[in-house]
Design a protein around this ligand. Structure first.
Ligand SMILES: [Zn+2]
Length: 467
């Protein structure tokens, strides 16, 4: 079977941005204002609902925003380019539609410091918006001016939009989406198919026997991260006590916790470590997915019950890492497969990939998560747990594909951007793998106290009982 490979495709280029201090300040103002506009639009909608009216949609909000920009106390908004705010209103609209389809939680107010990206469209009628001279590129952004970036690869195709973001370590990125990118002819694969068994700790085993171990530096970095987080928490608890509050109880709304010097220092260190861990993970994930896509025509992967598995891991950071990691690998596989004309076949999460004997097909129900090696009671073949699972995933993936049910582009929510826009989409609304979104950060900073995950996360079917 051969997939007709498209002559062109959509993708994104992620580059490091080097804004001047003035540009960075302006961008941060835009981020803050985007948050204000989001919260304002949400409040408008809530007010309309309270009056018994229909929830105002994009057109109404957009018109209201125009007035708001030109009058009264909010006229300062007119000093900022309009486009990122139109984008915000569209994002809100999209958030509602995902909510009504049951894909997302209800859109909520955005808290201070949680909006760290803005998107700009590149007007196709204007030439020279992106210029490149050697290692330095410049991109013209409305209201910001020409911003420098580091050139890492040639940008082909038609450049459509730029999403600017800043990470917790203070590094600036731009994700440039492009369409009509000429597809590179894919190299012939070594194998017709391959299965990937993803482990929890960043390890993966391929059905050809390749083992991809976790990035080593992660373990030490994560330990350090936890230490700094504990230190930060102690500082915060001390501040709470000084305010006469009980640190074990929920913090009353609107409480301003003063930051000590040490807390500020820790916060910066935590941000840097998060960024380093995220980089190492991303790098590792790219190696794995690139290798799988190069190796085989059909890539089999499990539809892991991402959320359910994450829950059993409990507690903030590790949970979010597991969630983001598995979703991210699947996302990368999906788009890289599309680039190279490969097929990703997703195996049902209830398929007992670990418990099935790849030699005789018997299901060993007694197998537990701790059994790394086992002997099949039916045929006596010795198995390595992960290699056996990978072989089964490969077979099941092919079977599903033959049945016409395996090729599922839908990805779980945690990593679930569409393949379109590719990698750098992470710079948009999702946080890159392992990187703290507001909620994750909150969970990890509050590490000491257990809080139940938000209700909406429980709508998952029971865990597959599958490693
Ligand atoms: Zn057997």
């Amino acid at each position: 079977m051969s997939e007709p490979s498209p002559p062109t495709l959509d993708r994104a280029y992620r580059v490091r941005l080097r804004p001047t201090p003035a540009q960075a300040l302006m961008l941060r103002r835009i981020f803050g204002a985007r948050r204000a506009v989001w919260n304002w639009a949400l409040a408008e909608q809530a007010a309309a609902r309270a009056r018994g009216e229909k929830r105002p949609g994009l057109a109404t909000l957009s018109a209201a925003f125009t007035t708001r920009r030109s009058t009264g106390e909010t006229a300062w908004l007119s000093q900022l380019p309009r486009e990122p705010f139109d984008q915000t209103l569209r994002d809100l609209e999209a958030a509602w539609s995902r909510f009504f389809k049951g894909q997302n939680r209800r859109p909520t107010r955005k808290r201070f410091g949680t909006v760290n990206a803005a998107r700009f469209t590149l007007d196709q009628r204007r030439a020279g918006l992106v210029t490149i001279a050697g290692k330095t590129g410049r991109v013209q952004l409305d209201g910001i001016g020409r911003v420098r970036f580091r050139v890492t690869e040639e940008m082909t195709g038609r450049l459509r939009s730029v999403t600017v973001s800043v990470d917790p370590a203070g590094r600036w990125f731009a994700s440039v989406t492009a369409d009509q990118v000429p597809a590179v002819a894919a190299l012939p694969a070594e194998r017709s198919s391959i299965g990937i068994d993803l482990g929890l700790k960043d390890t993966a085993v391929l059905s050809d026997g390749t083992r991809v171990a976790a990035a080593k530096s992660l373990t030490t970095k994560r330990k350090r991260l936890r230490r700094y987080q504990r230190s930060y928490n102690r500082g915060r608890d001390a501040q709470l006590q000084a305010l006469g509050l009980d640190p074990r109880k929920p913090i009353p709304k609107g409480t301003r916790i003063p930051s000590s010097n040490r807390m500020r220092k820790r916060k910066a260190q935590i941000g840097r470590l998060h960024a380093q861990v995220a980089d190492a993970r991303r790098d590792h994930q790219h190696q794995l997915t690139a290798m799988a896509v190069t190796k085989a025509e059909v890539i089999g992967i499990e539809d892991l019950a991402v959320k359910a598995m994450g829950r059993s891991l409990h507690r903030g950071f590790r949970r979010s890492v597991a969630d983001a990691g598995l979703g991210e690998i699947r996302r990368q596989l999906t788009y890289k497969a599309a680039w190279q004309g490969r097929v990703v076949s997703v195996v049902d999460r209830y398929y007992p990939s670990s418990k099935t004997c790849s030699a005789c097909g018997a299901v060993n129900a007694a197998l537990t998560l701790r059994d790394r090696r086992w002997v099949c009671p039916a045929c006596g073949v010795q198995h390595d747990r992960d290699a056996n699972a990978a072989t089964n995933i490969e077979r099941e993936a092919l079977r599903r594909l033959a049945e016409g049910s395996g090729d599922s582009p839908a990805t779980p929510r945690s990593g679930g951007r569409k393949a379109r826009g590719a990698d750098a989409c992470a710079a948009g609304r999702t946080s890159p793998a392992g990187q703290p979104t507001a909620r994750k950060r909150e969970l990890s900073y509050r590490g000491a106290q257990r809080r139940p995950p938000a209700k909406a996360e429980h709508d998952v079917s029971p865990p597959a009982g599958e490693g």
